[in-house]
Design a protein around this ligand. Sequence first.
Ligand SMILES: C[S@@+](CC[C@H](N)C(=O)[O-])C[C@H]1O[C@@H](n2cnc3c(N)ncnc32)[C@H](O)[C@@H]1O
Length: 277
Amino acid sequence: MEPITHPTHLKIQDAYGRIARIGGCCGPQSGCCGGGRAGEVAQGVGYSDTELATLPEGANLGLSCGNPTALAELKPGETVLDLGSGAGLDVFLAAQRVGAEGKVIGVDMTPEMVAKARRNATEFRRRTGLDNVVFHQGQIEAIPLPDASVDVVLSNCVLNLSPDQATVWKEIARVLKPGGRVSISDMVLLKPLPEALRQSVEALVGCIAGAALVDDLRDMVQASGLVDLTLTSKGEAVEAMLLADDPMTDHLLGLLPEGTLPSEYITSLIIAARKPA
Ligand SMILES: C[S@@+](CC[C@H](N)C(=O)[O-])C[C@H]1O[C@@H](n2cnc3c(N)ncnc32)[C@H](O)[C@@H]1O
């Protein structure tokens, strides 16, 4: 992998390296998407208890903003890529759906996350008997995979963390096979954020400050060559991520103009699209 030099990448890698080391989001010292209490966040953004029970311990760090795997209609034998795979949550869920004939590849730029995901993979193999997951360290702006090599691209609360989302969308289109599909969960802006929030490192790491405006998202997807874009609002996920009694939530809400709600600015979307056959 190319050395990380972009200031945004360095901030994100530093923050998520710390989160991997302490084992999840636990308030202001971690400062991440979800803010705390991993199980509660995961249920609130759409994961069922049954799904969560199949995961190795520590695969869910409470960093998600939707459940893109549930909506991806994965089939046995498919090759799936998860961008910004963290500790492996969606990789392990997808791996059970594509089965022994399929394969799921996680890509993440933070070494501590990749190391944690690989440790979790050992436990996943032991529990399920499946040997169909692999984790690569890499940047989603330069996906370390060949052209036209995957059937489905998943991602969960990651694209907003990239300083170059237009390039990420082009990379997604490059690695998809013709006819391949996208199921991505991400935070998206309904209107521009107040400057104080836009400049906040905590809001960047917390999946807010880097979110794209919905119209810019549409333009980036169209420019990538992907078609049949659908955006499904999962606004309730925002409430689940902004937990009551959480110091990080209080800090971020404090940067909004008095009397305004986060839901006026930001929502969680499931972004679906496909590469023409
Ligand atoms: C909010 S967490 C989501 C993790 C996982 N998708 C989940 O739902 O549990 C964001 C993850 O994306 C990774 N990440 C952020 N920006 C990235 C980039 N430009 N390239 C690769 N990984 C990135 C971080 O290291 C972190 O593990």
